[in-house]
Design a protein around this ligand. Structure first.
Ligand SMILES: N[C@@H](CCC(=O)N[C@@H](CS)C(=O)NCC(=O)O)C(=O)O
Length: 257
């Protein structure tokens, strides 16, 4: 039986990846301690460096002193470890359905820059949901846990992308409503407005030299030399978008003035 001392989640409250872990733990009624890693601070804590030296990212689940990293991996671990504890298993029992659930969870993690690309992704996911209550059918499961945190961004999409999710993806929005009826989801998801505000603050702190106030040439000279060598190649020059254009696009996207 797990207790507070045994299970610790290292995360930041607005981290969509970490929300998955906290929802899964609550679904399985696993008591856990929470260590906040403030992502607005650029340096990672000793705990993160020690527990996830490879990626230095959160969330991290520490169970009996040992780390498990990667949010989807952690959700699977929680399901395997405490699957019998409460409710149905999060992952489908059928291997084919399980493989497909993992595939669409990875699809949800793909990075998107342009509005059209984002809408395409959302509509694909809406197609996968179909007429079902939840992605796996009647029960809230793995793919719902993996995807519901991203609904906290919908408010921001409306403010800055002009995307009205109720019109664009009505079935997905009904699914959001069903997920939000669950206590596990209610207790973990922040409001869209809180997410919007923290992202504005977050991107003002980090990400771009113009906004983070740091000089990459100075911080990572070897990396920058390598970038320059890559950019001498025809193939790279041909594909990479103009940096200023990328910067403007991201500013617009994240609402940075
Ligand atoms: N694929 C990883 C992604 C985790 C990730 O990228 N975490 C980010 C926050 S969204 C992070 O911790 N970054 C460390 C940093 O920004 O220093 C997962 O699913 O856990």
């Amino acid at each position: 039986m797990a207790n507070e001392e045994e299970v610790v989640c290292v995360d930041f409250w607005c981290n969509e990846f970490g929300m998955r872990v906290r929802i899964a733990l609550r679904e399985k009624r696993v008591g856990f301690g929470f260590v906040e890693e403030d992502l607005r601070i650029r340096e990672r804590s000793e705990l993160v460096l020690q527990m996830n030296p490879v990626h230095r990212s959160i969330p991290i689940l520490i169970h009996r002193g040992r780390p498990i990293c990667g949010s989807l991996n952690i959700v699977e671990y929680v399901d395997e470890m405490w699957g019998q504890k409460s409710g149905a298993r999060l992952l489908p029992v059928d291997p084919l359905e399980r493989a497909n659930a993992r595939f669409w969870a990875d699809f949800g993690d793909e990075k998107m820059a342009a509005k059209e690309e984002l809408l395409y992704h959302l509509k694909c996911l809406e197609g996968v949901l179909g007429e079902k209550d939840f992605f796996g059918g009647k029960e809230f499961g793995f793919l719902d846990v993996a995807l519901i945190p991203f609904s906290t961004m919908f408010y921001g999409y409306k403010q800055h992308g002009g995307i009205d999710m109720t019109t664009e993806c009505p079935r997905l929005m009904s699914w959001v409503g069903r997920c939000e009826e669950r206590k596990s989801v209610q207790s973990v998801l922040p409001t869209g407005l809180d997410m919007y505000d923290i992202h504005k603050e977050f991107y003002a702190f980090r990400g771009y030299e113009q906004h983070g106030g740091f000089d990459l040439e100075e911080e990572c000279p070897d990396l920058i030399q390598c970038v320059k060598r890559c950019k001498e190649r025809e193939s790279v020059r041909h594909v990479l978008p103009d940096e200023d254009e990328m910067y403007e696009l991201h500013k617009k996207w994240y609402g940075i003035e």
